[in-house]
Design a protein around this ligand. Structure first.
Ligand SMILES: Nc1ncnc2c1ncn2[C@@H]1O[C@H](COP(=O)(O)OP(=O)(O)OP(=O)(O)O)[C@@H](O)[C@H]1O
Ligand SMILES: [Mg+2]
Length: 362
């Protein structure tokens, strides 16, 4: 799939701007703080419904304006789409695809697929488990809207359970019927989420192993580190495991067992990458994971996602850069950089020069 046109109005530092994008490489360059990442951010928003970096949609509205609007045209091999998103200062938000109002975030998923790779992703390997869970959640939600729905329901029940646990500890209880009710809900959604995650990690691991081997000759393995010990992934087993921990969870006043503690284990040449990977190995593994994710999405959708590479080339050494360039050769990619030297520009590289919120095709 590829995006053909992006229009922005009062979005970040853009007043009014339209970009016609090439189905190949689009190099967006310019000095710092000119608005390069803002363009990637806008495209990304159409795949996940929210920004990869803003805490609130309000940040996206140009200073002094009452609302922002972004429109994106994109195509798959089957059809073309036009999506429009707007947010107002008063919190109102609207997303339409081909003129149909998108009422829930889960309805937006599965139209446009993107994979963003930015310097912050270098913390994928050594960052806290929440970084890898987020990676996994964003990836799976893009493909399976049901996953997102389950995740939302699970988190809602988890919040309720946590406040109940605090109350129970205060009143000195050791078990509770209501706690079992929440555990039952958590088990139904939790087992479903676990199944998705298990399959994701297994498939992603296969792609990643091949890629890492091609890049560095190292052996990369991914594993699923379960936040709850179950013999099999079923709601019943999940429930049983949770119920066994009632006393301990009341004691700790918080829900410590469940998918909220899941993690992805990453091993390089047999060693836990979180503990032992060098800087370079972390970079390579992060690159590997992102490319693997793109290949994985393609294997499911039969369409390669749009790649959004934010200032990443300067973080990679020459051989990794070449590997990446080769890999993205026939894909659509939007890539930002402060200079144009990072890519061997080919005839189908489209150059966009960004200066203070205006874009000029070069
Ligand atoms: N809501 C907003 N209204 C107006 N300007 C904004 C808004 N949000 C961000 N900006 C401006 O946008 C600019 C940053 O844009 P962006 O992050 O795209 O820069 P960049 O070109 O990617 O820079 P770098 O090379 O440093 O990453 C900053 O000058 C910032 O002040
Ligand atoms: Mg930037």
């Amino acid at each position: 799939m590829h995006v053909t046109k992006l229009s922005l109005r009062d979005f970040r530092n853009y007043r009014e701007q339209t970009l016609e994008l090439s189905p190949g490489t689009n190099l967006i360059y310019g000095q710092n703080a000119q608005g390069k990442t803002n363009i990637l951010e806008a495209v990304y928003m159409f795949s996940q419904g929210k920004s990869h970096r803003a805490k609130s949609d309000r940040e996206l509205i140009r200073f002094g304006c009452v609302g922002a609007r972004a429109a994106l045209s994109f195509e798959t091999s089957e059809r073309s789409y036009r999506a429009v998103m707007s947010f107002m200062k008063n919190g109102k938000k609207s997303i339409k695809i081909n003129n149909i109002q998108i009422k829930k975030l889960s309805m937006l998923m599965n139209y446009l697929n993107t994979v963003m790779f930015s310097p912050e992703d270098l913390s994928l390997v050594k960052g806290s488990p929440s970084v890898r869970r987020r990676f996994m959640d964003l990836a799976i939600s893009q493909l399976f809207p049901k996953y997102l729905t389950s995740l939302i329901d699970y988190n809602r029940a988890l919040t309720q359970k946590n406040s109940l646990l605090k109350e129970l500890k205060r009143s000195g209880s050791r078990s509770d019927v209501m706690l079992s009710v929440w555990n039952e809900q958590l088990s139904a959604e939790g087992a479903r989420i676990m199944r998705y995650r298990a399959e994701f990690i297994e498939l992603l691991g296969k792609f990643a192993a091949g890629i890492q081997n091609e890049i560095s000759g190292e052996k990369l393995e991914l594993g699923y580190s379960y936040g709850i010990r179950v013999n099999e992934i079923t709601p019943e087993a999940f429930f049983e495991a949770l119920e066994k921990e009632q006393r301990r969870e009341i004691e700790l006043r918080t829900a410590v067992y469940g998918i909220q503690r899941d993690d992805i284990e990453i091993k390089i040449n047999g060693n836990d990458a979180k503990l032992y990977a060098s800087q370079g190995q972390q970079r390579t593994a992060a690159l590997t994971l992102k490319i693997a994710l793109s290949d994985y999405i393609c294997s499911i959708k039969d369409e390669y996602p749009v790649l959004l590479l934010d200032d990443i080339m300067s973080e990679l050494d020459r051989s990794r850069r070449l590997y990446l360039a080769e890999k993205i050769k026939d894909k659509q990619v939007l890539i930002t950089s402060t200079d144009t030297d990072i890519l061997k520009s080919t005839a189908d590289t489209k150059l966009f020069y960004v200066q203070d919120g205006t874009v000029e095709v070069r």
